[in-house]
Design a protein around this ligand. Structure first.
Ligand SMILES: Cc1cc2nc3c(=O)[nH]c(=O)nc-3n(C[C@H](O)[C@H](O)[C@H](O)COP(=O)(O)OP(=O)(O)OC[C@H]3O[C@@H](n4cnc5c(N)ncnc54)[C@H](O)[C@@H]3O)c2cc1C
Length: 446
């Protein structure tokens, strides 16, 4: 590999970081995983990405593509392979002021995007955390604070520039490579490296955002009432309910309902949010008008050795009462996982099911269980976690790739129903027949 690296050095404008180098200790880690790659390549341009892809293909080593580095499954690093770290491709440029079109580098983070768009009164429906990458979040969907009004982050992509496995640059959009465009909106990093996304952004005022908390003892009623309210609430309201937070008392932790009302009219906001306040005994309420960019939080980087095991699934309308009942019962035991339930529906459900590779459009809620700690703690929690999921199984479906710490065949089948998978496999055969981009929730070309 060393002679191939010498050749790469001639064509590559970015940093090449190898074991022993000054930056290797930080470069080998993604936010949630540690590794010991043979080299970390930090491209500064599309030409660098092309050179890096050709180098990785020639080296026949495992390849990780890292965007914001927040993937739960730890695909952003590996042992003994090549990491292409896209952090240097983080530009945010408004390309069409009238149509609010924005070109964003494939390694940008949502915090960088929100900060760059705020002075222009624009925003993109994204996630809730500054450090999360535009690449990873968007390629598998993207559930953010404007999801009910504007859909998934990927629903707002109008085109992308992709470096494919053979090192070529292609554009994917409705009129160019539409099959690739379909696949990258839900199919993850399977098809190439997205060096730039073109998004349609939305004019954005300040928004009402914050958390309303209730005692754990009221969880059952609050959560069912919350789910009922979201069915008729205006789509400006997006919300996340979380409970059993182990860092806030576990079974005794308050039920926290985070709300984001996409607008600055206090009366309309109150009409949407007050019914949440009436669901139980409010013990804290910090909902306030703030700039959209301030709704995004700084993510925590856990110390080395701490594992986060996330599992996710979707609930449709009929199963919501059973799913919430099981989750609330589970949250009452010591050692319960942290549980977060996100509202989806709205604009997500109006996009035709076959328009993109994201396959769970009719779900009303998406929920995530998280267990965190050193390996022995996570292993000790596994039987109880498996028991919760066994109880949920008859009532839930699918999985959201972005909140899935594992990537078994069962996981991939849950993310992509058979018809979606087969269509993705056909696109994979065309753009990555040798499965160079395999370190992900993998679609096999055959
Ligand atoms: C603290 C935290 C908060 C989160 N909040 C939300 C949220 O509000 N909503 C939500 O939907 N999700 C959320 N997530 C989940 C998040 O969307 C996923 O973890 C996602 O994979 C992170 O993307 P990344 O680029 O930061 O991660 P990375 O680990 O860098 O990337 C994950 C994978 O995506 C692929 N990839 C990334 N960029 C590119 C690219 N440019 N081209 C090709 N492939 C690429 C690669 O296969 C890579 O391995 C959150 C995660 C964390 C840890």
């Amino acid at each position: 590999m060393s002679s191939a690296l010498e050749t790469l050095r001639r064509d590559f404008g970015g940093d090449i970081i190898e074991p022993g180098g000054a930056e290797y200790e930080s470069a080998r880690r993604s936010v949630l995983a540690s590794g010991s790659p043979a080299c970390v390549l930090r491209p500064e341009s599309v030409e660098d990405v092309r050179a890096a892809v050709r180098f990785a293909a020639g080296a026949a080593l495992p390849l990780s593509v890292r965007g914001g580095g927040h993937g739960f499954a730890g695909f952003g690093t590996n042992d003994g392979g090549v990491v292409i770290d896209l952090g240097g491709l983080a530009s945010v440029e408004i390309t069409d002021k009238e149509r609010h079109l924005v070109r964003i580098g494939g390694g940008a983070t949502w915090g960088q995007v929100a900060a760059a768009l705020a002075p222009h009164g624009l925003a993109i429906s994204s996630g809730d955390t500054k450090g999360v990458g535009v690449g990873g979040l968007t390629l598998s969907g993207g559930i953010g604070w404007k999801v009910r009004k504007y859909g998934l982050a990927s629903d707002n992509v109008v085109a992308a520039e992709v470096v494919t496995a053979d090192g070529e640059v292609v554009r994917a959009g409705t009129d160019e490579n539409p099959d690739l465009f379909w696949a990258i909106r839900g199919g993850g990093g399977n098809f190439g490296i997205v060096t730039a996304f073109e998004f349609a952004a939305h004019p954005t005022t300040d928004v009402f955002h914050g958390t309303i908390a209730f005692p754990a003892s009221e969880a059952a009623g609050v959560l069912q009432g919350w789910a009922d309210h979201l069915r008729t609430a205006p789509e400006e309201l997006t919300s996340i309910a979380s409970f059993a937070n182990p860092f806030a008392g576990g079974p005794e932790a308050p039920v926290e309902i985070q709300v984001a009302f996409d607008g600055d009219d206090p009366e309309l906001a109150a009409r949407a949010v007050d019914p949440v306040r009436r669901l139980g005994t409010v013990i804290a309420d910090d909902v306030a008008l703030k700039p959209y960019a301030d709704t995004l939080v700084e993510g925590l980087t856990p110390p080395p050795g701490i594992r986060l095991v996330t599992r996710s699934a979707f609930a449709d309308r009929e199963s919501v009462p059973d799913v919430l009942r099981i989750l609330v019962e589970a949250s009452a035991s010591e050692g319960a996982p942290f549980i977060a339930v996100r509202s989806v529906g709205g604009a997500v459900s109006r996009v035709p099911g076959d328009a993109t590779a994201y396959a769970h459009r009719q779900a009303e809620l998406m929920f995530v269980t998280t267990v965190a700690g050193p390996e022995p703690v996570v292993e000790a929690a596994r039987p109880a976690l498996d028991a919760i999921w066994a109880r949920l199984a008859p009532h839930v479906g699918g999985a959201y790739a972005n909140f899935l710490a594992s990537a078994t065949e069962e996981d991939v089948a849950a993310i992509y129903p058979t018809r979606t998978y087969e269509r993705l496999a056909a696109v994979k055969r065309q753009y990555d027949p040798g499965n160079l981009f395999a370190h992900n929730h993998n679609i096999r070309p055959r």
